[in-house]
Design a binder for this molecule. Structure first.
Ligand SMILES: Nc1ncnc2c1ncn2[C@@H]1O[C@H](COP(=O)(O)OP(=O)(O)O)[C@@H](O)[C@H]1O
Ligand SMILES: N[C@@H](CCC(=O)OP(=O)(O)O)C(=O)O
Length: 381
């Protein structure tokens, strides 16, 4: 049976809802009507027993309006200052809106470091689960104030996808200013057509989407598509829909067809594999020969030292690294049983030779298949 929206949405217990800057801002600052409408819908979902985690953009847009900037400043410290100014107003408006329904909110600001460190990742999950147990709505945004390239998540589409994996959500609803993915950028091509359903992720789907955002957004449609790839590969469906549409969240939760529905793979990945495959920034790279690539890709095998031809970077035991083919095509991510220098030392060897070379052998595999997630680059369609 083909997975469909009704089947995939009728058992929703936990939803991640992301609202983009374009929905949340108006000429005079934050769009209070949009906030009120989304808030009242979320409260109705909560009344139905559905837990909701809100990822809210809008800090920068709100701060720009407050400070009288008509465009985003180039300088990073200025952007960070503007976000800090805007975030205060943003959370205040959400808190005001939810308090009308006697609901409490909590502010959570994250960077990619917080999700890459397994310890912080688990702490974040425990805190958010506690908030959900207490029926408090977590409102999450990237911590723009301290962002530097290395710890930047990049956009809230990516952050929301990671949160959906972190909290094992049943659906990720991405609300923006357009009613879904079109086959071309509708701003430039008036004949663009809406795609109601994406069954399989491919390069063609990526090519539909532009990476130029609206005046206030970040990442454009492309970052939403990349987020869809992450969540659907982990077994979670995603919908892109228009945030202004009346009762959109209620309708989607009821399984009505709106926007673009991204069909998830049939079985959910376990949380640890979600973290290895789609949350962590790999700390190094292992390049493998064709035989090893085929064993990993086609036969679900572990990675042995004999198939490794190059080790890039320095990393400790337990790090997550990328595994690539001889031609540098991404195969996936895996958690290593040896550090970078040890792998350099044993690469190309048979497992029976590891002990002689290193003086001890803790594992046969450099990456055990239970700690390997095949993410592979999407096929050109
Ligand atoms: N193929 C496409 N289909 C739909 N929208 C697209 C496409 N390519 C580019 N876009 C643009 O992406 C914009 C949404 O991205 P963005 O501005 O980052 O939104 P948000 O602030 O909601 O995250 C839309 O306003 C739309 O003009
Ligand atoms: N953290 C930023 C949002 C960045 C972002 O991804 O924006 P958007 O594309 O509108 O979801 C802010 O609050 O302004």
């Amino acid at each position: 049976m083909k997975p469909n929206r009704k089947k995939k949405t009728n058992a929703i217990q936990r939803a991640v809802v992301k609202v983009g800057s374009n929905v949340l801002t108006a000429r005079a600052g934050l769009n209070i009507d949009a906030i009120a409408s989304i808030c009242s819908q979320i409260c109705r979902l909560l009344d139905q027993g559905i837990q909701v985690i809100l990822v809210s953009s809008g800090a920068m847009a709100s701060g720009m309006k407050k400070m009288g900037f008509s465009t985003r400043p180039e300088a990073i410290p200025k952007r960070q200052a503007i976000s800090a100014i805007g975030q205060a107003g943003l959370i205040r408006e959400w808190e005001k809106a939810f308090s009308r329904f006697n609901r409490k909110v909590a502010q959570i600001l994250l960077t990619s470091d917080d999700l890459t460190s397994r310890k912080r990742y688990l702490n974040a999950r425990n805190t958010m689960n506690t908030l959900l147990e207490w029926q408090v709505v977590p409102i999450i945004n990237e911590n723009d104030t301290i962002m530097v390239e290395e710890i930047k998540l990049g956009d809230n589409d990516n952050l929301a996808a990671m949160i959906a994996l972190l909290l094992d959500a049943d659906i990720f609803i991405n609300l923006t200013d357009i009613d879904g993915l079109y086959d071309k950028d509708p701003r430039v091509c008036p004949d663009a057509r809406l795609i109601p359903r994406v069954a399989t992720y491919s390069k063609r789907i990526e090519a539909y989407a532009g990476d130029i955002p609206g005046a206030l957004g970040t990442g454009g449609m492309l970052s939403k598509i990349k987020a869809a790839r992450k969540v659907t590969a982990s077994g979670i469906p995603m919908v892109i829909a228009q945030g202004y549409r009346p009762d959109i969240l209620i309708r989607l939760a009821a399984g009505e067809p709106h926007g673009t529905f991204f069909v998830p793979r049939e079985h959910k990945l376990n949380r640890k594999k979600c973290w290895i495959g789609y949350t962590v920034n790999p700390q190094g790279t292992l390049r493998v020969d064709d035989g090893a690539a085929a064993a990993l890709l086609n036969n679900g095998k572990s990675l042995l030292p004999s198939g490794i031809v190059e080790v890039r970077g320095q990393f400790p035991v337990g790090a997550v690294v990328a595994v690539v083919t001889d031609g540098s095509q991404v195969i996936g991510n895996g958690l290593v049983n040896y550090n970078a220098d040890e792998i350099r030392n044993i690469m190309g060897l048979k497992t029976s030779q590891i002990k002689t070379r290193l003086g001890q052998k803790t594992y046969d595999e450099v990456i055990h298949r239970d700690n390997l997630v095949i993410t592979g680059e999407p096929e050109a369609a």
